[in-house]
Design a binder for this molecule. Structure first.
Ligand code: MN
Length: 308
């Protein structure tokens, strides 16, 4: 990329309203928000392309204080870079654009904060980080493994995103809240040597504190941490507007409490994915996505010791 136009100047469309209403300058900012309005591989309830806009709008209505983190999001240096111009129908072109934008941001020392979009966009983000020399351990809050080799013959799908991640990048994964999968995914998760998971049934027993301990153990030897939050981690009672809802998920309080403790000074990227606004009566899923992101960013910022 040296010498040429920057990918974010080529491919980003600036939003009318920045997330949380915060727009620091590029120089001042640490967290760079990027929306990816892409849902072309969605298999059940598409509409994730509308999520960046709805999450931004929902975020404007939130108070700035953390519920579980003592602090104020207004103090966090966030710049909303806008949305990647996703290519409808082309996962490969969209992933390439996401990767190039993320690489640019990471090379400047920014922490990309990605608003999906379907979960496949995470592969583009992780490719971009890898291109910038960052190989994080990945913590995934999700009802699903997304470890299929293909979905109806398609290798690049929301249902295969972490299979490709493991194959291409060899990153370590920890899932929290997983509860719906096919046998091949469970076999891979158990045998790959790169993957740990806390199923939802286990989370019931160990609670949020136990899950936080599992995450700290997992991340113990890691230089960098990436956090991916699929909103179907939550129960559909709290987050109905997602691509593939699964009963028996986390409550909003459990999810927010968990997000508020996953922040870490080593965080090099986060995403919140799979909100599908057409299936989101009252916008509650977008509101919860925005609040989850707020707790996570606030906790990461405070643990970076850079408040002030
Ligand atoms: Mn999922």
């Amino acid at each position: 990329m040296e010498g040429g136009p920057r990918a974010r100047d080529l491919y980003l469309q600036r939003p009318p309203e920045p997330v949380f209403g915060i727009q620091r300058s590029r120089e001042e900012s640490l967290f760079s928000v990027v929306g990816v309005p892409f849902d072309s591989t969605s298999s059940y309830r598409p509409g994730q392309r509308f999520a960046p806009r709805e999450i931004r709008l929902a975020s404007l209505e939130l108070e700035s204080n953390g519920y579980y983190v003592e602090g104020d999001i207004d103090r966090v240096p966030i710049a909303d870079e806008g949305d990647v111009a996703a290519v409808p129908g082309s996962a490969l072109l969209t992933l390439e654009r996401v990767a190039r934008v993320v690489e640019d941001l990471a090379r400047e020392g920014k922490v990309p904060v990605v608003l999906g979009g379907e979960h496949l966009v995470t592969l583009g983000v992780l490719r971009g980080l890898a291109a910038a020399g960052l190989r994080p351990c990945v913590i995934v809050l999700d009802a699903h493994f997304d470890l299929r080799n293909d979905y109806l013959g398609e290798r690049f799908s929301h249902a295969t995103v972490f299979r490709r991640t493991v194959e291409e990048l060899g990153l370590k994964l920890l899932y929290i809240g997983v509860r719906a999968y096919e046998k091949s995914e469970e076999v891979l998760a158990s045998e790959s040597g790169l993957i740990e998971y806390v199923p939802m049934g286990r989370l019931d027993i160990i609670g949020v504190e136990g899950a936080v301990l599992a995450a700290r153990r997992f991340a113990g030897g890691c230089d960098r941490i990436y956090i991916s939050i699929d909103m179907d981690f939550y129960d559909p009672a709290y987050a109905p507007g997602v691509g593939n809802p699964e009963p028996g998920g986390a409550s909003s309080r459990e999810g927010l409490a968990l997000a508020s403790q996953l922040g870490d000074r080593r965080v090099c990227g986060v995403d919140v994915v799979e909100v599908s606004p057409p299936y989101d009566p009252g916008g509650v899923t977008s509101i919860l996505a925005a609040k989850t992101l707020q707790e996570l960013l606030l906790s990461a910022w405070l643990r970076m010791g850079r408040d002030g």
